[in-house]
Each structure stands twice: as C-alpha cells, then as structure tokens.
Design a protein around this ligand. Structure first.
Ligand code: GLA
Length: 419
C-alpha cells in the first residue's frame, strides 16, 4: 500500500493502532490526519507583529483518527495516559475547561472551525483519538500540532474543505482561545510544511514560499530540558511581550503620522525602504525606553484615554491579560529586537536559498544574542547549550520557539552543521 503524501510508515502504524479506539456512530468511515511540529530557523517573536518567520516542519507529528458520531459531542481519547479522556458538546461558543487542560487546544480548534463556518447549524460530533510524538512544552509547537490536526479532523468529519492557506489563516489565532496571544507561525508551518524545505512565511495576508534546504546542511534540535508550558507562567511572559510590541507600534505609528497602526508590521508595511536603525531612533525620540504598566504614560503619549487603551490592549473577562504592576514595560528593546530580527529573516531567506550556510549561521547567532539581550527570553542553560553547540562546530545556534523570561522556561535549541 502506498503511503499518503507526507506520511511515514511509523505514522501510518500509529494511525492504525488508534483506529481501534474510535467509535464510528454515523457511518463506517474512519479518517486520519497528521500535523507536524516545527522548529523555527529564524524569526522569533516576529509573527504576532505581522512580520516574517522562517520555520521548518519536523518529523515529529500529532496523529488524529476520527469518526463522525450523531451525539453532537466531541469524544476525545489520548494514547498517552497522562492526558485523560474528555467529552464536550459542540456549541456556538464552547466554554473552556480549566486553564492547563490539554483538551482546551481541541476546543480551540473546534471553535475556530465553528467561527469560520458561522452560518452552519448542524454539526456532526466526532470520536477522536490522538497520539503525538511532538515533545510537549519544548518549543516545537506540540500545541499547534494538536490544534491543527483536530481542526482538520473536525472539518473532514463535517465534510468541509479549505485550501491550505485558508486553513492556516483559520487556525492562526485559535490559541487565543487558551489565552495565548500567539501569531500564526506554528499553524502555518504545520499545515504548509514541505519535505526538505524551510518556509518563508509572511503575514497579513498569509503568504508562504518554500525554500529548499541546502543538501549539505543538517539541523540538530537539542532539548534543554527546561519547561515552557504555554498554559502556565510562560503565557504571562509571552503576552507581556505582545503588549510591549503593540505599544511600541502605536507610539511609532503616531510619531510617523501613520493611520491605524496596531502592530509593528503595520509600521514596516507603511514605510517601504525602512531600516531598523532609523525606526528605533524614531521610537527612542518619541517615548521613554520603558513605560509604566498601568498604561497612563502610554495613553498620554498616544493622546488617548487610559481606560480605552487598557481595554484595547489587555481585553476583558477571563481572557484579559494581567500585567505585573511592578514591572515596567520595555518598549525600545523589544521593538529593536523585532526590527533587527525582521531584517535578519529577510536576509536569511536569501542566504539559505543560495546555500550560504556560514552566513546563515551568523544570522542565527545574532538572533540568539538579540533574544537574550533585547527580548530577554533566554536562560543561562540555553546560553550554555548554544555556546557548546558553537564550540562543537555548529555554524550557528539559537533558542527556538515560544519564550519567556521566566527562568524556569524551556526551549529547544538548534544548530546547523555542514555534513
Ligand atoms: C510560539 C507562538 C508563535 C511564535 C513563537 C515565538 O511558538 O505560538 O506564534 O510567536 O512562540 O516566535
């Protein structure tokens, strides 16, 4: 039997094992979906500013096997006993489980499909069984692999289809449901990943260009064994940085007399020929480097009311972002990282395409330094691993994935080597 596109024999075997645990209630059809994790080569903490990234889908994946049922519910089983079975009703607005529950990512996926096909009324439920080989909380996007695979399975059970770009756009913000204000990199990498290719991904609107990995390059992913649990402490750190970048964008937008700037990407798109140094200088001339977390100073600079700014940036209700009142918001450093990183990503796409691996390594090293110094999201252990990789002959090494300055966080690191 030939393998479906993108599948390997081990994944097919996992799908067959899972098939035994789903109950088909409506018809005899059982379907299987795979969604890979990703490692990001460069372009860290740029996606939620609408700026480009350069990830690679990896050979670890989440497999979901699903069959339609007539109960109007999603029944979930997970091959890993750490994640207990769950069952929830399909509603227009699905209430989340408690923070940290694994099935919230599935609820996020189902909610994203319901929102996308909002005129549909009769939803088929599904029995779904999940098996993932993507390491959890390790910066390789296990959460998106789960969200993407269950969204696709739920759509298939309901006989819905989207082209891959539309599907990636649909799930890009699904993790907002669990309270993380992420960008769309992980979901796009999982859906649009291509064998032996890195993906140059741009946002607003989503566009993807595959870049063939040079045959003499090897990627090594090393796990630092620190934990980056995005439904826990890391989430607060992550969301804080989203707010810091959004504030920097608004201040710059006002200083440059641009309309309707919400994210740093809006500034870049409105300034063809932009460069990081000029934009950072302009920001420094328009705002203190740090602002109070109560947003009063920021509101004054922007000429808006503090309460309106608070509501717009932090939201309300259970998904409201809570900012530590004792820590100032870093505006200048964060924007400096994002602009410099964006220049590196654009360069990296070119360098990779033309096989200049030495240069690629240098860009990765510069990315790590900027994440450590300006974005303040590395850890001592990560810095050490990265250093060891370089001393061991890697052309470049950097942390990858979600981030948090919380010193208890975990990232995978990676290095590039020539063979
Ligand atoms: C997480 C998020 C992504 C991206 C990275 C950091 O993986 O899910 O959207 O922001 O962190 O680059």
């Amino acid at each position: 039997m030939s393998l479906p596109d993108g599948w390997n024999p081990e994944e097919l075997a996992r799908a067959k094992r899972l098939a035994a645990s789903v109950r088909s209630g409506v018809d005899a059809r059982v379907l299987a979906v795979r969604a890979p994790g990703r490692v990001n080569l460069i372009g860290e903490h740029t996606d939620y500013s609408g700026l480009p990234v350069l990830p690679v889908a990896i050979d670890r994946s989440t497999i979901v096997v699903a069959a339609a049922n007539a109960t109007g519910e999603i029944e979930l089983a997970n091959a890993d006993p750490v994640w207990p079975p769950r069952r929830f009703a399909i509603e227009q607005q699905i209430p989340p489980y408690q923070t940290g529950d694994w099935a919230n990512y599935v609820k996020a996926a189902v909610q994203a499909v319901i929102d996308r096909f909002s005129t549909r009324i009769n939803w088929r439920g599904a029995s779904m069984a999940v098996d993932s080989s993507v390491p959890i909380a390790a910066g390789l996007s296990s959460s998106s692999a789960l969200t993407v695979s269950t969204a696709m399975a739920f759509m298939a059970v309901n006989e819905l289809e989207l082209d891959p770009l539309e599907a990636a756009t649909m799930v890009a913000r699904s993790e907002w449901y669990v309270g993380t204000r992420g960008g769309g990199m992980d979901q796009a990498a999982s859906i649009l990943g291509r064998r032996d290719h890195a993906l140059f991904i741009e946002f607003e609107p989503l566009r993807v260009r595959g870049i063939k990995m040079p045959a003499n390059a090897a990627l090594v992913v090393a796990d630092s064994r620190e934990v980056a649990d995005k439904s826990g402490k890391v989430r607060a750190e992550y969301n804080r940085r989203v707010i810091e970048c959004a504030l920097a964008a608004r201040i710059l937008g006002r200083a440059l007399k641009l309309d309707d700037v919400k994210i740093l990407g809006d500034v870049v798109r409105a300034q063809p020929g932009w460069n990081a140094v000029d934009l950072v200088e302009k920001l420094a001339a328009s705002s203190p480097a740090r602002l109070d977390p109560d947003l009063k100073e920021a509101a004054n600079i922007l000429g808006v009311s503090q309460s309106a700014l608070d509501m717009e940036l932090l939201g309300h209700g259970p998904s409201r972002i809570a900012l530590d009142p004792k820590r100032p918001l870093e505006i200048l450093k964060r924007a400096r990282h994002v602009f410099n990183e964006t220049q590196r990503v654009i360069r990296a796409a070119d360098v990779l395409e033309t096989g200049r691996l030495d240069e690629m390594g240098k860009l990765m090293n510069a990315s790590h330094a900027s994440l450590a110094d300006d974005f303040e999201c590395s850890t001592d252990r990560l810095d050490t691993i990265v250093e060891c990789a370089r001393r061991g002959g890697a052309l470049g090494a950097r942390l990858t994935g979600a981030a948090s300055a919380a010193r208890s966080s975990r990232y995978a690191t990676w290095q590039a080597l020539t063979r």
